[in-house]
Design a binder for this molecule. Structure first.
Ligand SMILES: [Fe+2]
Length: 343
């Protein structure tokens, strides 16, 4: 090789080493996630995780039910390292069926309160979502509102927007009625909702928008759908009402976004790293609504709560343990079917 050729090679090598990301990032590898989360809500969060760790997040998306079906069908052959769910019950079913593995992590034990993770560390909640009543203050006096059960009262006839029976948000909420009152009383409540001739809309965003447009006066949605609208327009007219808050009532129904490492994970360490990051550094972006976040409540008590959520005020949560949600799903589906609830 000529002297100038050698010089060019040395310059090229220096250039390569200077231009390369740190070794940790270069060797970060991947983590394959089956995710039921809306992609838009997680994009910035996963980008930040990749920037900080060099680990690429590869997502496969679907409903919680379809992803659980895939995990069951694939068994030990699944490419998924982690199952990221928007429902505690579905995580619990996956755990009971041996599809998830325990993760012993002091970081996770320290970051996530006990009631927001599986007792044997098979899954971990990373954010909290509350099923609230959204209402139009032009047509509803909040004094008329009290509980989700009271939406079965005939005063809400032709004024109610609900998510269909097939969606996990409806199934898990109905499960909480069964847990609180028994199947028979839960059936009467759901029958009452159906008798009010609700408009079934398979998108919480569109439920909020329909309330805004006057198509419904009230609806059941997760709080972050209203928070998102307020983040775009501080004067957004639809309001959040915290249901079931009186002293003798059960509190607002809570679910989580949660994640577990699959039993068959090939990238186990990266999956654990992702969960630890989500429960610590990722809490602000994931849970509280920094751009790219989703206006959910953090699980980590150290994390700040977004001002839009602070403005919703304090609330009491239904104490039903997350580990009971899975077993309630089948009963809830039966109640919804028997009521003739729309799907
Ligand atoms: Fe959602």
């Amino acid at each position: 090789m000529s002297r100038s050729g050698l010089l060019a090679l040395v310059i090229l090598m220096i250039g390569l080493s200077v231009g390369t990301a740190p070794a940790r990032a270069q060797n970060g590898g991947v983590v394959n996630v089956y995710s039921a989360r809306h992609y838009g809500a997680m994009e910035a969060t996963f980008t930040r995780f990749t920037e900080e760790t060099g680990i690429q997040v590869r997502l496969s998306q679907g409903t919680v039910q379809s992803l659980l079906e895939r995990l069951r069908a694939e068994g030990s052959q699944t490419p998924a390292d982690a199952f990221f769910s928007i429902d505690a019950g579905t995580l619990d079913l996956a755990a009971d069926e041996g599809l998830l593995q325990a993760v012993e992590s002091d970081v996770l034990i320290g970051a996530i309160p006990e009631d927001l993770r599986h007792p044997e560390n098979l899954w971990f909640g990373v954010s909290q979502r509350l099923r609230v009543i959204a209402y139009n203050p032009a047509t509803v006096d909040p004094a008329e509102l009290s509980t989700v059960e009271q939406l079965a009262d005939p005063i809400w006839k032709d004024r109610l927007c609900l998510r269909p029976a097939t969606h996990i948000y409806t199934i898990s909420l109905t499960g909480s009625l069964i847990a609180a009152y028994g199947a028979e009383a839960a059936q009467a409540i759901v029958n009452g909702w159906v008798a009010n001739n609700p408009e079934y809309i398979d998108s919480d965003t569109r439920i909020v928008e329909t309330i805004e447009a006057g198509g419904c006066d009230v609806g059941l949605v997760n709080q972050y759908y209203v928070a998102r609208k307020i983040s775009e327009n501080p004067d957004y007219p639809v309001r959040v009402f915290w249901p079931n808050q009186a002293e003798d009532q059960r509190g607002v129904f809570r679910n989580i976004s949660g994640i577990g490492v699959t039993a068959a994970a090939l990238n186990r360490e990266n999956a654990v790293r992702l969960i630890e990051w989500m429960a610590t550094d990722g809490q602000s972006a994931d849970a509280t609504g920094i751009p790219g976040g989703n206006f959910e409540y953090p699980v980590n008590p150290e994390a700040e709560i977004h001002p839009i959520l602070e403005a919703f005020g304090p609330f009491v949560i239904d104490p039903l343990p997350l580990t009971e949600y899975g077993a309630l799903q089948a009963q809830a589906i039966t109640v919804l079917e028997q009521a003739g609830y729309g799907f």
